[in-house]
Design a binder for this molecule. Structure first.
Ligand code: NAP
Length: 421
């Protein structure tokens, strides 16, 4: 029986000690405004305990994701069975990690979205997505840091993958307002790995203790790992994913042995676009020993990037008649051809005949007009979905230290979206 603290005294008076042996009394306190200080929560727990409660319940409201940390601290140290939850979207992690920090129970809705308190997950998600029954004190916490983050597919990808290799980890959506505060608050060795998405890639970059040299040159990270010494290490897995996808495509088309050096080495590698993805591809190409050409609508941006990778800069218009040699590699990182404008394309079909492989970073649609026409021109094509999948493999390996269950990740992604990722 769950009794509100305000009426607990009256309740106990009414039953006059006639509580059946098997019945337990939960005495609860709800705060719909905020989450008080650690000291105040401690005092509240003592007051609830003093009523004679069998189980103490404290539910507060999250103003920020860091509010859950105080509830975790109280849960871990509680001498009595305790339910500690932080309501609201920003308190979501408290509902899942309650199992890790020793909470007596958590609440799940029977139907997704039909909740009795804000932020509640469904029972199905608790059990099937977050593997609630498997969580314990040693479970390592990972997640994707962004804002908004509710619709991220990443938890659907990493949690089943962790489970399939018996890795004791969880991956959560992390609705973060201030990255530095988040990292400072959750600085314990329990919180170990993050993916970064919009708008926090730059803030993540600024919070790293060490940054992978290529990520440093690109100026953005997409993955952060806490090392055993507590240092935060930043990586750009976008470039690793894209380059791995292109290398795989080249190897498959050449029949080259997968162990020999990069098939990109020495190749003329044309990168269309000079934004975030363009930088990742251009630096990746340089790293693998390719001769890089950056073609961008805005020439100045092409020039800046080309200078950094020791390559050549041209405009997109000039690319139409650019064919110093045959067998070049082309990567599109502009948004031209992306849904809904799927009939647009950044380069004419006529120009495509000089390329042996064409990659498109766009993944909606999967088969862009550029890729369709490249295929018709006889080039090997590599889908944008491959970049996404390959960066997921790399992140999985960084998080778990184990080889990625590649087929399972592919199947999970295919199941979770109509577009195949
Ligand atoms: P971004 O930083 O905004 O850069 C956009 C690029 O597209 C710029 O080079 C821009 O040229 C060019 N561009 C935009 N509209 C154009 C137009 N009408 N004509 C010619 N060029 C145009 O974007 P981003 O983050 O690099 O993303 C670019 C694309 O890559 C998006 O479609 C995104 O979905 C995709 N992407 C895919 C993955 C994956 O995993 N597959 C990962 C990251 C990104 P200007 O400099 O002239 O403006």
């Amino acid at each position: 029986i769950d009794v509100e603290l305000q009426v607990a005294h009256d309740f106990y008076k009414t039953i006059q000690g006639k509580k059946p042996e098997k019945v337990k009394i939960i005495v609860s306190s709800h705060n719909y405004q905020n989450t008080p200080s650690l000291e105040e929560i401690g005092n509240l727990v003592a007051r609830i305990q003093a009523t004679g409660a069998d189980i103490v319940k404290v539910a507060t409201t999250a103003v920020d994701i860091t509010d859950s940390a105080r509830i975790f601290q109280v849960l871990v140290h509680s001498q009595v069975p305790m339910i500690g939850l932080v309501m609201g979207d920003r308190g979501f992690i408290s509902r899942i990690l309650s199992a890790k920090f020793g909470g007596f129970l958590t609440f799940g809705s029977i139907e997704a979205g039909v909740v009795s308190a804000p932020g509640q997950p469904s029972i199905k998600d608790l059990l099937d997505l977050y593997n609630f029954r498997l969580l314990g004190p040693d479970t390592k916490v990972h997640g994707v840091i962004g804002n908004p983050i509710g619709h991220s597919k990443s938890p659907h990808l990493y949690n089943p993958a962790f489970k399939s290799v018996n890795f004791n980890g969880i991956y959560l959506p992390l609705l973060v307002d201030n990255v530095a505060n988040f990292l400072k608050t959750y600085s314990s060795p329990d919180f170990v790995g993050y993916s970064y998405t919009i708008p926090h890639k730059e803030a993540g970059f600024n919070c790293c203790d060490e940054i992978d040299p290529i990520a440093k040159e690109i100026g953005a990270i997409s993955c952060m790992i806490k090392r055993p010494d507590g240092n935060l290490m930043g990586y750009n897995v976008d470039y690793l994913g894209a380059i791995a996808a292109i290398e795989e495509g080249l190897r498959a088309s050449n029949g080259a042995s997968p162990v020999s050096g990069s098939p990109l080495a020495g190749k003329l590698f044309v990168v269309m676009g000079a934004g975030g993805a363009g930088k990742a591809l251009a630096f990746g190409g340089k790293e693998k020993g390719a001769r890089v050409v950056v073609a961008n609508r805005t020439y100045d941006k092409a020039k800046q990037l080309a200078n950094k990778v020791g390559g050549e800069a041209i405009t997109l218009a000039e690319l139409e008649n650019f064919h110093p040699e045959d067998g070049m590699i082309l990567a599109n990182t502009t948004s031209v051809g992306m849904k809904p404008k799927i009939e647009d394309t950044p380069l004419s079909k006529k120009a495509l005949k000089h390329y042996s492989l064409v990659f498109d970073a766009i993944y909606t649609p999967k088969l862009t007009r550029l890729l369709r026409e490249a295929q018709e021109s006889g080039a090997t094509i590599v889908y944008g979905t491959e970049m996404f999948i390959n960066q997921a493999f790399v992140q999985f390996e960084k998080f778990s230290g184990l080889p990625a269950p590649k087929q399972l990740i592919r199947d999970t992604l295919a199941r979770n979206t109509k577009e195949g990722i």
